[in-house]
Structures are given as C-alpha cells and as structure tokens.
Design a protein around this ligand. Structure first.
Ligand SMILES: Nc1nc2c(ncn2[C@@H]2O[C@H](COP(=O)(O)OP(=O)(O)OP(=O)(O)O)[C@@H](O)[C@H]2O)c(=O)[nH]1
Ligand SMILES: [Mg+2]
Length: 419
C-alpha cells in the first residue's frame, strides 16, 4: 500500500529516472564478468585452505557463528591427533622416553658431516601402519569417473612407494620397546587415560577436564612421542597437528575464539562441494571447492561446465606419504596422475590451469629428515652424505666443498687402512 501511495505521488520525471537507473543496473550486472574457478587436486593438498585465504583476502572472513563451530573441530582434532600418535607408537614399537640423539652413531665422518648446518641426520620409511586398509573406488557412474578410475588403476599398479629403508633408529626403538618392562610413570598414566577416552561419548567437547588437557600436554612433551611424530609419513596424521599441540592451553581457555590462523590450520576433509561467490575487482568469482579423495572425485564432473580456469593444488611435501584411501599409493604419484588426467582431458583442451605447488614450508622442513635418495641405498656399509647446494653461489659451495674434501680424505685414509 505504501509503495502504491509513493508511486502515486512521484513526478513523471522521477519515475523515468528510476526506470533508467534500473536499466543501468541490469546492464552493469550483465557486463560484470562471472569467473568460474575450479579448485582441484588430490585429498589434503590444501584446496579448502586456499579457498579460506580467498575469503580472508577478498571476502568478509569468518562470521562469529562459523568461528564458534570451528572450535569443536579444533578440540576434536587435537584429541584425535594425540590418540593417533599414541596408537602409532604401539604399532611402530616406539617406547616412551626414546630419544634418537642418545643412539646416534658418532664416527669421525659423521661428525664432520654434522658440522654443516644443512646436514640430514635421519631418513624415514614409507611403510604403512600394520592396520592399514585400502578403500577402493567402486562402480563407475560416468565417462569422467571411468576416465579418472583408469588413472587410478594405473596408479595402483605402478605407483607404489619405492621400497624404502627403515628409519635408522627404528630397530633400536623397537628393541627397547620389546625388551623393557614398562614401569608406571606420569607419561604412561597420561597416555592410558587418553587412549581409553571415548571422545564421541564426551558431552561437552570444548570443555575437556583439566586432567585430560594436562595428560595431552604431558605425552606431547615426551621424546618418544616426538620421535614418532617425525615418522608421521609411516601413518596418517594431520600435517598441522603440531600447530595446535604446541599451544594446547590456548584452545581450552574459557571464551576461546578461533583466530584466522587457527582456522587456516584446521583439517576438515571436504565431502560436500561448496561454491563461494566473491567480488574481486570488477569481476564476480564463483569458486568451486571439491573433495580430493578418490571417492569424492565422482562428483567433480557436475562442475566442469563454463570453467574459466582450474586452480590445481599439489602438496609438495607429500612425496614420502601414501594416500589415506589407498595405503599402497604414493601421494605425489597420485597428484601427478590426477594432474595428467585433468590437464589432458578433451573437455579442458583450452582451459588454463594455475598450479599451486603447496606446503612448501613442510617440504623444506621435511627435506632435512626424510630423503628418498637416502632410502634407496640398500647397503648398510655405505654412507651417504647429502648437502643442499647452490652451485652458482661460490661462498656456499666453498663451505660444502671444504667439508666434502675433508670427508674424502677421511674416506681415503680408512680405505688405505691408516685409520
Ligand atoms: N603447513 C602447511 N599446512 C597446510 C598448507 N596448506 C594446507 N595446509 C594444511 O593441510 C591440511 C589439509 O588442507 P585442506 O585445505 O583441508 O586440504 P584439501 O585439499 O581441501 O583436502 P580435501 O578436502 O580432503 O580434498 C589442513 O590442516 C591445512 O591447514 C601449507 O601450505 N602449509
Ligand atoms: Mg577440502
């Protein structure tokens, strides 16, 4: 009624103006470009995290309700991570209190090698946990699915992780684990409290008892558990669990609200495709985030129309990990095969691809402790001394060559029996 009255009182000029404004707005909207972006990649490579960054940088970030809902996810993941680590200690036979430093060989050559800050002391094995089980994709529903599954079949047969040497301290740890009678101590008591706890039956997830929080902090500090964390590529553990466990108290404080960093480090597997609309510059972006695990890929085809570009995400750090859904498939090989299937698919003949080589921070860290080249060596007697080099940098190369020539002299002396 009000609208009717108001239009009745409008002058003819005002009505015309309104019509013109309406037409301009319609034209503006039509002219505004809609850019459809597809976030693709294997599971846990960081697609949803990149989407979160889009929202933080170009959108309005996260609402209070969202932050509140993330709180429970964070608490559950802290608890699940510590439980995973505790069970992995049993599977990998790592005793509490085990510290590889106490068992490190200290030959002259090793000592020389260790002098260089870029040395690599440890190698890790890619062996799956004993409890591993593969989830294989089932019936095919579309041409696209069968295309992808063909890639998966190839993956299954040829992309097994290379036969890898065990972590050099694994046997020692295992021997101690088997031969030592465990005496009750605070770490063991805390561990059994955490292992026995059924979080799902726990009513108030964000209000864990202080004793449980203390137990988490106690086991997290244990050197054996930290050594187990270093061998995380032998089982399935969230990449960012240390982010939360290093700062445990904060998450259990009354009134805790997840920060942007807490949200970015959160791991929540995508099982529902989401579409996010964001205005960036003059264009309107529609960003589609899909789940990357094999079973989730069956949903991808529905979103393939009118794509301007594909943002393909790879986790560089995944080179020594196996898939969560298939424990005999190397994650990096899966990413390569998946990239090939998307890149060379006739539907995407002209579609540009933007490649995000993600998790560079974990990759750089990992290179210090997990190196495939070292694992290939099958001779116990042979030592390998790896160095990160930049051959165009004389200063850096001089430092490396000084150590290398020293090592070579020592090797020569050993060979000729002078040592
Ligand atoms: N340290 C580090 N962690 C990262 C990086 N990118 C993502 N993560 C973490 O990796 C985990 C997995 O990231 P997601 O964004 O959930 O991975 P996704 O590709 O969406 O996984 P699916 O939904 O299963 O396909 C999360 O805990 C992220 O916080 C990175 O560059 N560095
Ligand atoms: Mg996701």
């Amino acid at each position: 009624m009000g609208a009717l009255c108001s239009s009745n009182t409008d002058s003819p000029g005002a009505a015309v103006n309104r019509e013109i404004e309406k037409a301009i707005e319609v034209e503006r909207r039509q002219q505004q470009k809609v850019i459809k972006l597809l976030l693709l990649g294997a599971g846990e490579t960081g697609k949803s995290t990149i989407l979160k960054q889009f929202r933080l940088i170009y959108g309005s970030g996260f609402s209070n309700e969202e932050r509140e809902s993330f709180k429970t996810i964070i608490i559950v993941s802290i608890y699940q991570s510590i439980q995973t680590l505790l069970f992995a200690m049993d599977t990998l036979e790592i005793p509490f209190g085990f510290n590889p430093i106490n068992h490190a060989p200290s030959t002259t050559l090793n000592h020389l090698h260790e002098e260089l800050s870029t040395n690599l002391l440890y190698t890790t094995s890619n062996k799956s946990m004993k409890s591993s089980s593969s989830i294989k994709s089932s019936a095919q529903t579309s041409v696209w699915s069968s295309h992808l599954d063909k890639a998966s079949v190839i993956t299954d047969k040829s992309d097994r992780p290379p036969a890898r040497k065990k972590d050099p301290y694994a046997e020692i740890a295992s021997k101690i684990y088997r031969e030592t009678i465990p005496l009750p101590n605070p770490v063991r008591e805390a561990a059994s409290r955490l292992k026995d706890m059924d979080l799902l039956s726990h009513g108030f997830l964000d209000q864990l008892e202080p004793e449980t929080v203390d137990a988490i902090k106690t086991v997290w500090k244990d050197s054996g558990l930290q050594y187990c964390l270093r061998r995380a590529n032998e089982f399935q553990l969230s990449d960012t669990c240390a982010f939360y466990l290093n700062d445990c108290d904060r998450f259990f404080c009354p009134g805790y609200v997840p920060t942007d960093a807490d949200i970015l480090n959160m791991r929540l597997m995508t099982i529902k495709v989401t579409e996010t609309k964001l205005a960036i510059g003059k264009a309107l972006y529609r960003i589609i985030d899909v789940g990357g695990q094999r079973l989730e890929r069956k949903k991808w085809a529905y979103y393939f129309d009118d794509v301007l570009a594909i943002l393909f995400v790879v986790a560089l750090s995944s080179y020594d990990q196996v898939l969560l859904e298939a424990h005999d498939v190397n994650r990096m090989m899966e990413s390569l095969n998946l990239f090939a299937s998307i890149c060379n698919h006739p539907l995407f003949k002209k579609t540009s691809m933007i490649l995000f080589l993600n998790k560079i921070d974990i990759f750089t860290e990992k290179l210090k402790t997990s190196m495939v080249f070292l694992d290939i060596n099958k001779y116990k007697e042979k030592a390998i001394y790896p160095y990160f080099t930049k051959a165009t940098d004389t200063k850096q190369t001089q430092v490396v060559l000084t150590t290398v020539t020293n090592i070579l002299v020592q090797i020569g002396l050993q060979e000729t029996g002078f040592m």
